[in-house]
Design a protein around this ligand. Structure first.
Ligand code: PEP
Length: 254
């Protein structure tokens, strides 16, 4: 984690939280952040759509950014049940997660659709957190690099830049399982992603884009993961639902 890329600790609450527990969690994090005199990390929380507005209010006076877990690629129109990037921007979001493996699996999202969502996110002035990662079968078959390269090139919009793009490497088999790749395995995939970004966008942008690791990150393993040369923070699911754990992960950047 070089000095010039500020670490980002992003929480993906997934389909968890009703008003009272979601707001308590956000308030606890906001309090912690306010007590931090000079935070050396950025923090973002991505609650379910139902809590975006309320969590935004709870975080309003803190340095914690608000995010969402998905969006539609179109600006507006006849898309029942969908939410546009302009709507999320209107609520104060500055990040949108796109292409999470659970959306790719549960909703059949393709790289092309993820790319369109990321482009819409960026067009609204927000930062897309683009998720990529291999399944266990693909890793066992030695296809990790190929899968990651294909997902990255297929999901990265043309206008991607350090100011509007974050890439989250999330091995599908590590999400919510308590298992993680070895530190060497994480670093080699992140180095590959950085090299592919350099080819696609040039060195300046590729050096500036933050690469998050996601998949069973917890207080116990966060420090070692975040210390890796090409890991610039984490996308955290389960452990982001407990203020203590999420905050402890952020403290691993200090
Ligand atoms: C995720 O779903 O983005 C994730 C990383 O989940 P967990 O931390 O629970 O593995």
């Amino acid at each position: 984690m070089p000095q010039d890329r500020r670490p980002l600790i992003a929480g993906n609450w997934k389909m968890n939280g009703l008003t009272s527990d979601g707001l308590s969690l956000a308030e606890a994090l906001a309090q912690n952040m306010k007590a931090e005199t000079d935070p050396v990390f950025d923090m973002c929380v991505c609650p379910p759509f139902t809590l975006v507005a309320g969590v935004g209010e709870a975080l309003a006076d803190s340095a914690i950014a608000l995010g969402a877990q998905d969006c539609h690629a179109q600006e507006k129109g006849a898309h029942t049940g969908d939410i546009s990037t302009a709507m999320l921007s209107d609520l104060g979001c500055s990040f949108i997660i796109v292409g999470h493996s659970e959306r790719r699996a549960d909703h059949g999202e393709t790289d092309g659709e993820v790319k369109a969502k990321a482009a819409a996110t960026q067009a609204s002035g927000l930062t897309a957190i683009i998720c990529i990662g291999e399944t266990e079968e693909q890793r066992d078959a030695g296809q990790t690099f190929e899968v990651v390269k294909t997902q990255l090139s297929g999901s990265l919009p043309d206008g991607a830049a350090a100011t509007n793009t974050v890439i989250a490497y999330e091995p599908v088999w590590a999400i919510g399982t308590g298992r993680t790749p070895s530190l060497d395995e994480v670093q080699e995939v992140h180095a590959l992603i950085r090299a592919e970004l350099t080819k696609a966008l040039g060195e300046v942008q590729a050096d500036g884009i933050r690469l998050l690791y996601g998949g069973s990150m917890k207080p116990e393993n966060a420090r070692d993961l975040i210390a890796l040369a090409d890991v610039d923070g984490g996308l955290i699911g389960g452990a982001s639902l407990k203020a203590e754990d999420f905050w402890a992960i952020a403290q691993s950047c200090v």
